[in-house]
Design a protein around this ligand. Structure first.
Ligand code: HEC
Ligand code: HEC
Length: 198
């Protein structure tokens, strides 16, 4: 694990300065504001806020566009999206966050959410039955433009699953609502435990 962490640190040292050169100062300043909620390196440490680091760039861009145009809404995030100047800026923000090293389970804080064995096994059965992997890839690492869910804040994941199910988040074109079907709160919670164990 030590070597792994050193490797991550080395990637940071090499990659970040290069990226910092490519991104315009205006977008850099804006990204720093985003990091107040989404984490200083794009990896959130607050269960309410999703991590953005390592997420699919196209997915991040489409979400920003949806927040900007009102197809997805959230009291905090909609307010923030309104401060994004135009689609070009949204695209640059998406590229920037996508390029940051993704949240790794091994670097989680010791007090982070710990998945429970009994719920993991219920979640695994649902994961197989609902063929999540067909769209999200094995272990939720993301596939094509379908988002990565591995390493995402568990409570955020649970909220999204309930929002899709309850029709509160509809910007997925129906793909998630269709996939989830009529899951109970307990089943959604088990899926969250399974995802957190990936
Ligand atoms: C005050 C806190 C706050 C700030 C600042 C903030 N966000 Fe968010 N953001 C949120 C919340 C809360 C959500 C989740 C909303 C929900 O539950 O659907 C979110 C969701 C997102 C998502 C969707 C992630 C996903 O996995 O679907 C993206 C992309 C995003 N924010 C980008 C940004 C960018 C870029 C900025 C800076 C311009 C920013 N955010 C600033 C609170 C914030
Ligand atoms: C038919 C394809 C498909 C299947 C099957 C599917 N998903 Fe999704 N999922 C998507 C798409 C597409 C999105 C992005 C929607 C959008 O653009 O807003 C998504 C979004 C999500 C999100 C929100 C991610 C975020 O950052 O906000 C979560 C969580 C999620 N899926 C979990 C699951 C789980 C758990 C399963 C299995 C029970 C599953 N998905 C099955 C296509 C699928």
């Amino acid at each position: 694990m030590m070597l792994y962490r050193l490797l991550l640190a080395a990637i940071w040292l090499v990659v970040i300065p290069v990226l910092a050169d490519e991104i315009s100062p205006v977008v850099k300043e804006k990204a720093a504001i985003c990091m107040a909620c989404h984490g200083i390196d794009g990896n959130s440490s607050n269960p309410k806020y999703p991590s953005l680091a390592g997420q699919k760039s196209t997915y991040l861009y489409l979400q920003l566009k949806d927040f900007m145009q009102g197809r997805r809404s959230d009291p905090e995030m909609s307010t923030m999206a309104a401060t994004i100047t135009d689609k070009a800026e949204a695209l640059e923000l998406a590229k920037y966050f996508s390029s940051l090293p993704a949240f790794q389970r091994d670097t989680r804080a010791p007090d982070a959410f710990q998945p429970a064995a009994d719920k993991i096994s219920v979640g695994k059965a649902l994961y197989e039955k609902t063929i999540c992997a067909m769209c999200h890839g094995d272990a939720f690492t993301g596939m094509g433009d379908v988002p990565r869910v591995k390493g995402q804040q568990p409570l955020y994941v649970m909220k999204q699953l309930k929002d899709f199910r309850d029709g509160k988040r509809t910007n997925d074109g129906g793909s998630m609502k269709g996939a989830l079907g009529p899951l109970t709160d307990e089943e959604i919670e088990s899926l969250m435990h399974f995802i957190a164990a990936q």
